[in-house]
Design a protein around this ligand. Structure first.
Ligand code: F6R
Length: 628
């Protein structure tokens, strides 16, 4: 069978200690399932025997398999997979063994030279079972191990395992986070990182390995983040980390903050709904400690840029993907209006390959919920390589982008588990508003204007809580339109990015085709799509462009298209024109995205439910996009 190229964004867990490994691994995989849910598997080593259990589908299926075929042992690895190429079959599921059965591993990443390596190994008689690139890594470690044993090295000596692993990593091109077990050296678990995140949890005579901190919650708060080109040995006797170039290195144990703790669903049926309802609190957290009433400005602890440097900036580049990119668009409007600094918003996937002319006075901000998005990380690295100060606006403490950026601002939104981003968006907008205020106040924005800005911002958590009261109305609207095959989302100025975000939410969780546009662009082409089965969602609260948007809305009505309006409270004029109105509180224009995005999140949620879609795990998607 041809070796198909597997693009994998997956979740990895591992455990070494004194408790039954399978329970901990399954618990960890359940918490990492948002990273991928095509298949799940674990391997446990005990008495020099490796037991593997894996199957296509969700972690729940793996749990059933293990109930009927339990595995014993207190050292193990586990994996949950997201694949775009390669069949999500039982055989392609991780963990993968080498041919001799001495090595077993789990992998997150892409091995780009797997074809060449496979051809070479096949010539030595090695037989492959799966069509993944990952099996090549297992076979290659097995091959190097064999060579070492033949030349007199002991199979049960950890140094032999280090050597087999190192020799393999030196041959790999691409990205990997690996968890590896050696049958004949059973007291240890190895990990290796290049491009795919890995964190080690430090317990009492036990260690945990994971792709992010969520599986560690409840077990330990002490963590060690691995860097690229680190390999680690986790044993009951301790932890050792070696860097490819620097040898054994000191491990810095950090403590995870409280905010990482709340990963339970509680009374909510889905994480997405829970996270939508958390927004009054997450917006409050994004502002906490950052409002300086005395100077009518914002304060940030971790920017790592002094006032002189910030005053010299004459251009800002905001780079991100997906929903974070939409927040960046709101940021552009905010920064240009209040700080008067020319701002551009670049898709990270484009910026990373462009030779963008950035000058010494350009500042780059990467916006990312996860802090692990491969394209955003690559853009950060490219900008830093060229000597530009690059800051992060990030939610996940300790993530790769948070650690590699020159400084930044955390969102403090708490973990976002639902694959469709909701609370991260409003927290990003909140932080960008504070940034606009901060940069504005060190230029020409008056004290009075700064005070008014802060007052408006301070009122937002309460207003967002009131906005959530539209949920019942949204549910009715969803019932009326859930079987339509196309939607248009339209808004202007601050509500143009909101229209884009509303369309993305509907697409990703209900699989309905939706397009977002600046409302006035309709007549330049998209209006041809309008018919009685294509609802247009107009984001049209009161403000400077209200009249203009109403005209655009009438153009749609005149052509027989149904219109759903997100409008200010008691807006009789809109109510008389459209088919459905979802009311939101009046707020200053520059903060409207914080309220107008809420009904659009709820609409996508309700429509997806009515269509029977898996809201928290939409098809083909994964939460952290750690491949290009
Ligand atoms: C959409 C969504 C994605 C992410 C994008 C960037 O709901 O979640 O579009 O916004 O993959 O992810 P982060 O912000 O983690 O870099």
């Amino acid at each position: 069978m041809d070796l198909l190229r597997a693009l994998i964004m997956c979740g990895i867990v591992g455990y070494v200690g004194h408790r039954p490994a399978s329970d901990l691994l399954l618990d960890g995989l359940s918490r990492l399932e948002y990273r991928g849910y095509d298949s799940a598997g674990i391997a446990v080593v005990e008495d020099r025997e490796i037991a593997v259990r894996k199957r296509r589908g969700r972690v729940a299926g793996l749990i059933e398999l293990i109930e009927s075929h339990p595995v014993e042992g207190s050292i193990g690895i586990g994996h949950t997979r997201w694949a775009t190429h390669g069949d999500p079959s039982d055989v392609n599921s991780h963990p993968h063994l080498d041919e001799s059965g001495r090595v077993v591993l789990v992998h997150n990443g892409v091995i780009e030279n797997h074809d060449r390596l496979k051809a070479r190994l096949s010539e030595t008689g090695c037989g492959f079972r799966s069509s993944t690139d990952t099996e090549v890594v297992a076979q290659l470690i097995g091959w190097h191990l064999e060579q070492l044993i033949e030349s007199g090295h002991a199979a049960d000596d950890p140094e032999t395992c280090w050597s087999a692993l190192r020799a393999t990593l030196d041959e790999l091109e691409g990205t990997y986070g690996l968890g590896v077990l050696f049958r004949d050296c059973p007291g240890h678990l190895w990990a290796a990182r290049c491009g795919s995140p890995l964190v080690i949890g430090v317990g009492d005579q036990e260690y945990f390995l994971a792709s992010d901190t969520s599986p560690l919650i409840g077990y330990t708060r002490d963590v060690v983040y691995l860097d690229d080109h680190d390999t680690a040995r986790l044993g009951r006797d301790g932890l050792e980390v070696r860097h490819r170039d620097a040898g054994t290195r000191d491990v810095a144990v950090q403590t995870i903050q409280d905010e990482a703790v709340d990963v339970e669903l509680g009374e909510f049926p889905h994480y997405m709904l829970k996270e939508i309802y958390e927004q009054p609190d997450s917006i409050r957290s994004a502002m906490r400690g950052r409002m300086d009433g005395d100077d009518a400005t914002a304060v940030f602890g971790g920017l790592n840029a002094d006032a002189g440097e910030l005053r010299r900036i004459d251009r800002i580049v905001l780079t991100a993907c997906g929903t974070s990119w939409h927040a960046g668009l709101v940021g552009e409007y905010l920064i240009e209006e209040f700080a008067r600094i020319p701002t551009e918003v670049e898709y990270a996937s484009e910026l990373r390959y462009r030779n963008a002319p950035l000058t010494d006075t350009t500042m780059v901000f990467a916006i990312t919920q996860s802090g692990e998005t491969a394209d955003t990380l690559a853009a950060v690295r490219e900008c830093r390589r060229k000597g530009h100060k690059t800051l992060a606006i990030c939610n996940t403490v300790g993530s790769t982008i948070a650690r590699e950026a020159d400084g930044g601002i955390y969102l403090h939104a708490g973990p976002e588990i639902g694959v469709a981003s909701t609370k991260a968006f409003t927290s990003q907008v909140t932080v960008l508003a504070l940034l606009a205020l901060y940069l504005g106040r060190m230029r020409h924005m008056s004290f009075r204007a700064g005070e008014a800005f802060l007052e408006s911002l301070e009122a937002m958590p309460e207003l967002v809580a009131r906005t959530l009261e539209c949920h019942d109305t949204v549910r009715e609207v969803a019932r009326r339109f859930a079987d339509c095959g196309n939607f248009l989302y339209l808004g202007r100025q601050y509500n143009f990015p909101v229209a884009l975000e509303g369309a993305l939410k509907l697409k990703e969780i209900s699989y309905i085709h939706a397009e977002g546009y600046p409302a006035a662009e309709m007549k330049h082409g998209p209006i041809a799509l309008v018919d009685e089965r294509t609802p247009s969602v107009f984001v049209t609260p009161r403000g400077g462009v209200y009249e203009k948007v109403v005209s655009n809305l009438e153009e749609i009505k005149a052509r027989g298209g149904p219109v759903i309006a997100i409008a200010g409270p008691d807006d009789e004029r809109i109510a008389g024109l459209v088919d459905e109105v979802i009311p939101v509180p009046d707020v200053p224009e520059f903060l409207q995205p914080l309220v107008t995005s809420i009904p659009l999140q709820l609409l996508a949620y309700e429509v997806a439910l009515l269509r029977g879609c898996d809201v928290d795990r939409p098809r083909n998607l994964a939460k952290s996009v750690t491949v290009e």
